[in-house]
Design a protein around this ligand. Structure first.
Ligand code: NAD
Ligand code: ZN
Length: 341
């Protein structure tokens, strides 16, 4: 079958032929219809330090997808050939304390589709049936293919009560923008998002941010004054991984504020702990998506009228994959979809 692979330990990604994966007793074989390019795929494409330390070569990459079930193992229940599915990319062990307690997102033995094992940028993908999520009929393929990053946004945004609250989101990447849309949809008052990229700030405004702030030109303190905010933000969603953005956030939180941290900083970050202690801040780290409460909420939010479609800014046929990676690298994109069907 055709597959987009990391064939060489250097910058790039290559279309190649690999064997169709074998279906185990508990697995689904999924024929891929659409895939989306994640920031992680860009790290792998660029072959940065993290990728060099993490990614086996050669390997098929990719973990954002939607497809159709075409075969399944003899132990699988609850799925049928023809089902349209996406899948949780974190394969969990099932036997650690958290897995056994149903807290699969906290599994200490997680293995990542397209990171630690063969990925979804291929005509076919095999995953444990446990990881698959059936897509309701009224959700289009495009949206289903971005459920993985949408799930990061939903998991982070719904970590704390947002109703009537003032929310600060640092980082208007695809995930930050989707989080802004969710925050607005569920009833936050001010949804302020920061970035240094005008294209993405504009997109965030289109998708529900009430104020988009270019921190290279504007000061958050002034924006708060403009909005009549005399105290501080109630909830912070850190979605940039940039140390200065976290510093800004800590300084602008109200006392008793809550912060959910998704962005992955490049290395250790020092912070002013006095901001945390004397304000009584709560800080929660977020990894992946809750299995499968986050997935359930994603489908329900879309069915309840949340419009995510503007986040998909580019679509290419799979043979034009290079254009897709170039669009992602340009910074002037939301989500980029590659069509396999
Ligand atoms: P992204 O890189 O597309 O978005 C990050 C954004 O931060 C960019 O738009 C960038 O311009 C912006 N930025 C740069 N400097 C800034 C500053 N000073 N202030 C505010 N914003 C600034 O990433 P994404 O795909 O949207 O993901 C968001 C973050 O979440 C990344 O750090 C990613 O690594 C991380 N992530 C974590 C998980 C997890 O499970 N914890 C999963 C997926 C992604
Ligand atoms: Zn486990």
């Amino acid at each position: 079958m055709k597959a987009l692979s990391k064939l060489h330990p250097e910058k790039g990604i290559w279309m190649t032929e690999v064997d169709k994966p074998e279906v185990g007793h508990n697995d689904l074989l999924i024929q891929i219809r659409k895939t989306a390019i994640c920031g992680t795929d860009m790290h792998i494409y660029n072959w940065d330090d993290w990728s060099q330390a993490t990614i086996p070569v050669p390997m098929v990459v990719g973990h954002e997808y939607v497809g159709t079930v075409v075969d399944m193992g003899q132990e699988v229940r609850g799925f049928a050939v023809g089902d349209r599915v996406s899948g949780e990319g974190h394969i969990t062990c099932g036997h650690c304390r958290n897995c056994r307690a149903g807290r699969r997102h906290l599994c200490r033995n997680t293995s990542g589709v397209g990171v630690n094992r063969e990925g979804a940028f291929a005509e076919y993908l095999v995953i444990p049936a446990f990881n698959a999520f059936k897509i309701p009929d009224n959700i289009p393929d495009e949206l289903a293919s971005i459920f993985d990053p949408f799930g990061n946004a939903v998991h982070t945004a719904l970590s704390f009560d947002l109703v009537g609250e003032d929310v600060l989101i640092t980082g208007a990447g695809p995930i930050g923008i989707m989080a802004a849309a969710v925050a607005r949809h569920v009833g936050a008052r001010h949804v302020v998002i920061t970035d240094i990229n005008e294209y993405r700030l504009d997109l965030a405004k289109k998708m529900g941010a009430t104020r988009a702030v270019n921190v290279s030109k504007e000061n958050l303190r002034d924006v708060m004054t403009e909005l009549g905010m005399t105290e501080g933000f109630d909830v912070g969603l850190e979605m940039s991984g940039v140390p200065s953005a976290l510093h800004d956030m800590l300084a602008r939180m109200n006392h008793g504020g809550k912060i959910a941290m998704l962005g992955i900083p490049p290395k250790d970050v020092a912070i002013d702990w006095n901001q945390v202690i004397f304000k009584g801040l709560v800080i929660k780290g977020i990894y992946g998506r809750e299995m499968f409460e986050t997935w359930y909420k994603m489908a329900s939010l879309i069915q309840g009228g949340l419009d995510l479609s503007p986040i998909i800014t580019h679509q290419f046929g799979i043979d034009d994959f290079q254009k897709g990676f170039d669009a992602m690298a340009s910074g002037s994109s939301g989500k980029v979809i590659l069509n396999w069907d």
